[in-house]
Ligand binder design. Structure first.
Ligand SMILES: NC(=O)c1ccc[n+]([C@@H]2O[C@H](COP(=O)([O-])OP(=O)(O)OC[C@H]3O[C@@H](n4cnc5c(N)ncnc54)[C@H](O)[C@@H]3O)[C@@H](O)[C@H]2O)c1
Length: 245
């Protein structure tokens, strides 16, 4: 069993809910920024505010890690960083390969935040002969034909897919067949994977659409339509008038 499988099993055994796991990176980010400011201890209220959750939820989440803080003092920042990092498997280096080195792949390859969080980009692969051989962020782009060999040679455990949508499933099938069980997919397509493979999808346009929904609500859009007195498309001004009336 790989260390990764071991850890997932530990987590399942201790029953940490997935929603808690999803919030741990948010706490970690807040804790890192406290560390940068030289803060040694933090109350649950302060940390909850920095992470944008309520403090009862934060205390419950951290209790799953066996971290309860000290009454009147709060949590020791450095130790909590260690505990969360350990839980997330960030105390060891994870080897990442980026497949598709176009606009997005290049930006990801040059992102310093991976290395500082324990993710080492060990391979950049592309199918375009004009890109293969280029130096990007100190690495040479390799031909995607080498995908399986590179995964085995460098111990890649996370594949980042930044190819066009049409190529993503084929690339995914290959990385999974080569033994990778974690995929971060940027392509706008839903990937099918066998059980035991985790896929996280990043879609900035979905985030923008969610923001657009909230903007519309703030402006008194369709969600508040019933409350509007006037005719025509709802807008911020109409909403204010309707509320004041
Ligand atoms: N998730 C997001 O928020 C987000 C944001 C921007 C772009 N995207 C998506 O990310 C992907 C990349 O976007 P981009 O702007 O970098 O595109 P791009 O065209 O600049 O780059 C894609 C790269 O993939 C390579 N490629 C094509 N087929 C391949 C294969 N089989 N194996 C390896 N490499 C292959 C191409 O040669 C090219 O270099 C697209 O699917 C795009 O829709 C997602």
């Amino acid at each position: 069993m790989t260390p990764r499988q071991n850890r997932s099993r530990d987590r399942a055994d201790r029953g940490i809910p997935e929603a808690t796991v999803a919030r741990l990176p948010v706490y970690l980010r807040a804790l890192h920024s406290l560390q940068e400011r030289g803060v040694a201890t933090v109350s649950s209220e302060e940390l909850a505010a920095a992470a944008g959750v309520n403090s009862a939820k934060l205390r419950k989440d951290l209790s799953h890690l066996g971290s309860y803080g000290t009454r009147g003092v709060g949590y020791e920042v450095e130790y909590l960083v260690y505990q969360i990092s350990r839980e997330l498997g960030l105390t060891q280096d994870w080897v990442v390969a980026i497949i598709g080195v176009g606009n997005l792949g290049r930006a990801l390859a040059g992102y310093g935040g991976f290395a500082s969080r324990g993710f080492r980009v060990a391979g950049l692969l592309d199918a375009d002969e004009a890109i293969v051989g280029q130096e990007i962020s100190g690495m040479t782009v390799e031909n995607v034909d080498r995908l399986e060999d590179l995964i085995a040679e460098r111990g890649v455990s996370i594949a980042v897919i930044a190819t066009p949508a049409g190529a993503a499933q084929g690339v995914c099938d290959r990385v999974v067949a080569a033994g990778v069980t974690s995929v971060l997919n940027f392509a706008p397509v839903v990937l099918s994977v066998p059980d035991g493979v985790d896929v996280r999808k990043v879609d900035l346009s979905i985030e923008l659409q969610i923001l657009a929904f909230h903007e519309q609500r703030k402006a008194g859009g369709p969600g508040d339509y019933d409350r509007l007195a006037g005719d025509g498309p709802p807008g911020a001004t109409q909403y204010v008038e309707a509320v004041e009336a």
